[in-house]
Design a protein around this ligand. Sequence first.
Ligand code: HEC
Ligand code: HEC
Ligand code: HEC
Ligand code: HEC
Ligand code: HEC
Ligand code: HEC
Ligand code: HEC
Ligand code: HEC
Ligand code: HEC
Length: 560
Amino acid sequence: MLAVAVWAGISFSAAAQSVQHLTITQPGGMPGLPVMTGISRLTNGVQLSWAGPSGYYQIFQKSNNLTAAWLALGKATNLNCTATITKLYSTAFFRVSGPSPSYIGSQACIECHNNICRYETNTAHAFAFSNPEFKNAGGQNNSSCLPCHTVGYGLPTGFVSATATPKLAGVQCENCHGPAANHAANPNDFTVVPRVDIAATVCGGCHSASHTTYSNAPTYEEWSSSGHAAVVPDVLQSMSSSTNNIRTCGVCHSGSARLAMIGGKNPAVTLTKDYNVPITCAVCHDPHQTNSFSDQLRNPTSSTNAFRLTSADTATVTAFTNKYNANANINLCAQCHNDRGAAWTDTSRAPHHSVQYNFLLGAIGELPSGSATFNPGTHAGLPSSANYSISGKFYLTNQCANCHMQADSSDADNHSFAVTSDTICYNCHITPPELLEEFYLTPAINNAVTTLITAMNRWAATKAPAALRTNGVVAWEYTTPGGLTWTTNAAGNVTSWSLEKPVNFTGPNTAGQALIPDQVKRARFNLYLVLNDGSFGIHNPTFAINLLSAAEVWMVQVLQ
Ligand code: HEC
Ligand code: HEC
Ligand code: HEC
Ligand code: HEC
Ligand code: HEC
Ligand code: HEC
Ligand code: HEC
Ligand code: HEC
Ligand code: HEC
């Protein structure tokens, strides 16, 4: 089976990657035939890459002289789906020849992989062909539907019809892992072990709007537009500078690191180049559905327990797996969007940007009565919340997903994870939501934040210990400042503020932090909690105001 690429002397940027992930989307999932996916210039030649099932590949080259013969570059020994070619014509054609697909169906896997098959064969995937809706829509005999609802349709040994190839109906193992008959026959042959790839492209060829006449959910496209589709650049930097960060930051920021840890492997050791995989479909969805959560999710969409992943929990893989297994019933989003164990006594940095779950439950922050433990507002969607049910209806029982994954026009859950619609707000509010947000941001949160920074600056200028009043140091800040900047008028009152980084000052060092009164430490903690939650208070409106009010009272005390 062949795939062809043309090298026309154009210069591409070199992007040599040591781990191969599927870079294209195809209806059907993992390609059964090789497909050229890239050709790029290296200093000493070109790099070819292709996608295809596991097995040996051979590369051929010919010059642009159309009568020239194909020249084999080495033997059929390539297992990597990528090759570097150094002998180059100025213009050249390449082709790759590889294994012919050989599909067999999931019943051939049971003998050895029953721990997976016994769950996987009960998923919606397995019934994608027999599903009455699919049948009634005429899908079973419509060639435009079959690539995504069967195994290997249109390929050698793939699905033909319900009568000729009944074992290849529905979405099965080989849609995601590639053809596996050779592996089932020779499980010890390492050259044909099926591919395991957590890239979103494996799912994206089917879960896409772009490949079909049938109106399908644009799940892959929505996901691609979200923050989950790329690892934050700062974190990539942190992980490349210290392998331990692949575990301690990667557990929430890198899909490959997180799945390795859930599987009991230390990604700081096993993934040295592969931590740049973002939060892909398989990070949230269990492709084999080994639990009973809806939509093949790894965790449910709501929970009421306080949960946080502290640095002790990520210190070792065992600590993490113990914590994870004991908290499998915690809201999926909360597995990463939690406060990481932040406390007002921390002095090196502000609470992380991930505090949303604890904020929603009102379980992080300092109140006059002490540390907050459980103060959910209505938006937490809990039975204990006031006005949990409006006119007998329950609107926020899926917590984060209710607002951030509202059904889109194709009636599927929106995977951009943005609050794209106001519909959910109108269930309970009469005020138009954009007014709610603006109204809220402007007088309530914005004024409180402005007053608070003014008070903290006044403390820094008039009351802070002399040792903290140094040029280039903001006395009330964390050692690494949290990122707030502001402008002031002649009277020293804050006129505007933002969270634009970088800031051009530092906070007191460790020794200096010990000189800051507890009231100021509590106040700055509450301030950054409200800001880093990112919802301008909407996750828990009353609670947000209470945190800022408590901070103001403490600042009044230290200014006296
Ligand atoms: C006769 C036993 C046997 C059968 C049948 C079998 N497998 Fe396997 N499979 C294995 C063994 C053993 C390994 C581990 C091979 C290795 O790691 O080198 C494996 C590995 C795999 C892997 C890769 C796992 C990893 O962690 O990299 C996948 C995917 C897989 N099999 C899928 C299938 C599918 C799909 C079928 C059915 C079409 C199948 N297997 C049938 C024995 C079998
Ligand atoms: C070969 C095409 C194909 C591939 C590849 C594929 N899916 Fe699907 N998926 C489908 C079809 C078709 C359905 C609808 C089945 C039905 O309801 O009859 C579906 C349904 C689902 C559902 C709904 C489950 C439910 O309980 O209603 C989820 C979740 C899902 N897929 C996730 C994934 C993920 C995650 C991946 C990649 C790891 C993936 N899919 C790969 C075709 C595919
Ligand atoms: C590009 C791949 C693709 C093609 C082509 C495709 N489907 Fe699907 N189909 C899917 C996926 C993926 C889902 C699951 C969507 C989801 O749950 O978000 C699905 C779901 C469905 C469902 C709903 C099943 C359920 O229980 O919710 C029906 C019915 C369906 N498809 C019929 C068809 C028909 C009829 C055709 C041809 C006209 C077709 N599909 C072509 C990928 C495809
Ligand atoms: C919807 C896509 C999809 C389907 C269908 C699917 N897998 Fe997987 N499989 C994956 C992904 C993604 C991973 C890696 C993530 C993980 O381990 O959860 C994986 C991991 C594996 C592994 C290695 C790790 C492990 O869990 O042991 C094996 C073996 C495997 N699959 C076999 C199978 C077999 C056998 C079937 C069919 C009965 C199957 N898979 C069906 C996507 C799929
Ligand atoms: C595996 C960890 C993880 C899980 C699970 C997770 N997130 Fe995220 N999320 C992140 C990370 C990391 C970012 C930061 C990405 C960035 O800043 O670019 C993020 C960013 C976001 C953003 C910011 C907006 C954007 O697109 O940049 C929203 C909103 C969001 N997530 C909502 C959710 C919701 C809702 C869920 C549950 C359905 C969820 N997340 C599950 C890790 C996760
Ligand atoms: C408990 C999970 C978790 C851990 C552990 C974690 N993060 Fe995050 N981080 C998140 C989430 C979730 C977001 C996105 C929040 C949002 O978009 O509002 C985020 C956002 C970020 C951002 C973007 C903030 C911005 O300016 O938008 C940076 C940078 C970051 N994290 C760095 C790190 C580093 C470095 C580590 C390791 C030392 C780390 N994170 C560990 C969950 C985590
Ligand atoms: C950050 C976590 C997260 C990621 C990443 C994610 N999903 Fe989902 N997905 C969810 C949640 C949560 C739901 C259920 C939402 C609800 O119940 O309101 C869901 C629902 C679904 C459904 C069933 C409902 C529907 O939309 O028809 C499908 C299919 C699906 N996801 C496929 C995918 C695919 C394909 C990808 C990758 C392109 C993906 N998901 C990535 C969290 C995630
Ligand atoms: C009542 C609806 C609602 C609920 C429930 C909700 N959110 Fe939000 N969220 C919002 C709104 C509104 C915003 C601010 C406006 C925006 O960014 O679209 C926001 C902002 C965010 C942001 C910052 C977005 C950014 O671009 O930086 C993140 C991250 C986030 N929410 C995650 C979550 C998580 C995780 C949960 C569950 C623990 C959750 N939200 C529950 C409505 C909600
Ligand atoms: C289940 C009903 C429900 C839904 C859905 C809902 N809210 Fe609320 N919201 C309330 C209730 C009740 C309060 C007052 C109690 C509290 O603080 O929890 C409130 C308070 C507020 C406040 C504080 C100001 C005020 O009027 O009290 C804002 C702002 C707000 N909601 C915005 C939103 C936005 C934006 C959405 C949609 C993304 C939304 N809400 C969805 C019930 C809801």
